[in-house]
Design a protein around this ligand. Structure first.
Ligand code: PHE
Length: 455
């Protein structure tokens, strides 16, 4: 049976539009905010190597699987999984995969929006010339003044949720395409400039060595889990974001080519962020393991001490906000598409509901940095827990089941039909999605569980 479905939500104008939108989803706070700080916390080079391995051997094949499922089903992830399971006479429980994705989307967006709020706040701090001439200490003070003030965080979080809902309510195709088209090259240029500045700090080689020369004695089982979790997070995998974008993909677009392009662009941005940040960290005697505040405590030093730093700093944080925005939209799109499909809601109503839920859950993150900073479980705040559970548990689990569904449950005919790959490339994907990716995810999980029990 040949399947010629169309999505009720519309379609990308071209393959290129999809690449831009999916890259917009992938490139975000994960690359510029999270990658450097978790690399710093986990010892550098060896961690980066595991992360790169996970992108290539787990991320790319699962991304192809998500896109092909989405395009085949042409619905929100929940309904796509339901329809594909029914069509192939598979177990209806597969649709729960879509549900888990929707849940993950809410949880991630709830804290993502708070961090994006920091970036928004920094646009104004940069523009106001607050960083001019600032050193490590001053920049640290500016950061803690922001995060210890719940009212300010709440205000920025609210603004970011509203911004996201405005775009989502209009439909992801209109506007998003245009924004990403200029955003990506601009972000890239600014990062290149920052790398240039990092070269002038005198600690460039130390920063590069930290990032790229692996010291495997620093690689703990937990670090391996975090590297894998981040591969899912940074590529937007395991929760249906890429699946829902795939459901708007034209039939003739090559899934393999687009996946590789997206993964390459995403990885390049993350590595450049690392190359810009670590030399500054070492040049100013800062702590690589400073945690979630890392970029907010390093980059302002660069902007405060380079020519035209106020201009470039403002521009950088504006671009960071845009990068976060295009990711945030994709986090909530699976839920919104489902509300429209199953509850006959207008996009606007669906967005309002999704935004409200996100906003409320986000309060937990807002307070994690101030009022609730001392309320921890296993030493983790609400924010830490949410971040850990989503990126390192839910997304890899979601990805695991997506790989199992595409590699074992769906017929080869369906996957061949969608991927349209020649012999050896198809075989490579098939081996990766059927064996390598699932086994790697399970092994990394078991490794950590074993540690908890016996360590
Ligand atoms: N990939 C995004 C980033 O790196 C975050 C994200 C995760 C977006 C999961 C969608 C789904 O910032």
């Amino acid at each position: 049976m040949s399947v010629k479905r169309t999505s009720i939500h519309g379609q990308w104008s071209s393959r290129w539009a999809f690449v831009l939108a999916a890259t917009g989803s992938a490139v975000g706070l994960g690359n510029i905010w999270k990658f450097p700080y978790i690399t710093g916390e986990n010892g550098g080079g060896a961690f980066v190597l595991v992360y790169l391995f996970c992108i290539a051997c787990i991320g790319i094949p699962i991304m192809m699987a998500e896109i092909l499922l989405g395009r085949r089903g042409r619905r929100s992830p929940i309904n796509t999984m339901r329809v594909l399971a029914r069509e192939g006479h598979h177990h209806p429980a597969w649709q729960y995969l879509g549900w888990i994705g929707v849940l993950a989307g809410f949880l991630i967006l709830s804290y993502y929006s708070v961090i994006a709020g920091w970036a928004l706040a920094y646009v104004f701090r940069a523009a106001g010339g607050l960083f001019v001439g600032a050193g490590g200490e001053r920049v640290g003070e500016i950061f803690s003044a922001l995060v210890t003030d719940p009212e300010r965080l709440l205000a920025w979080h609210t603004i970011f949720v509203v911004m996201t809902m405005i775009v989502v309510s209009r439909g992801v195709q209109s506007g998003l395409e245009k924004a990403v088209r200029f955003l990506m090259p601009a972000l890239f240029l600014l990062l290149a400039m920052l790398v240039g500045y990092a070269m002038s700090t005198g600690s460039f080689s130390q920063g590069m060595a930290f990032l790229f020369s692996p010291d495997f004695s620093k690689l703990t089982p937990a670090a391996v889990l975090i590297a894998m979790g981040h591969a899912f997070f940074t590529l937007s995998l395991g929760m249906g974001a890429i699946m829902v974008y795939g459901s708007y993909l034209p039939d003739d677009a090559s899934i393999a080519q687009t996946s590789v392009t997206i993964a390459l662009a995403d990885t390049l941005v993350a590595l450049m962020a690392g190359m810009a940040i670590f030399p500054i960290v070492f040049a100013h005697g800062l702590e690589p393991g400073a945690g979630p505040g890392l970029i907010f405590q390093t980059l302002p030093i660069a902007f405060g001490n380079m020519p035209a730093g106020t201009l470039f700093g403002t521009l950088f944080f504006v671009l960071l906000v845009f990068a976060a925005w295009t990711s945030a939209i994709s986090l909530i799109e699976p839920a919104v598409a489902w509300l429209v499909e199953n509850h006959g809601m207008s996009r606007v109503m669906a967005s309002v509901w999704a935004g409200l839920i996100t906003w409320v859950v986000g309060l937990g993150t807002v307070f994690s940095f101030n009022l609730w900073a001392d309320d921890t479980i296993f030493g983790l705040t609400f924010f830490d827990l949410l971040d850990f559970a989503t990126a390192n548990v839910i997304l890899p689990l979601g990805g695991l089941f997506i790989a199992l569904f595409a590699g074992w449950t769906l017929s080869r005919k369906v996957t061949m039909d969608e991927l349209k790959l020649g012999g050896i490339s198809y075989q490579l994907w098939y081996i990766l999605v059927r064996y390598v990716a699932p086994l790697a995810v399970v092994a990394i999980f078991l490794n950590v569980v074993g540690l908890l029990q016996f360590g």
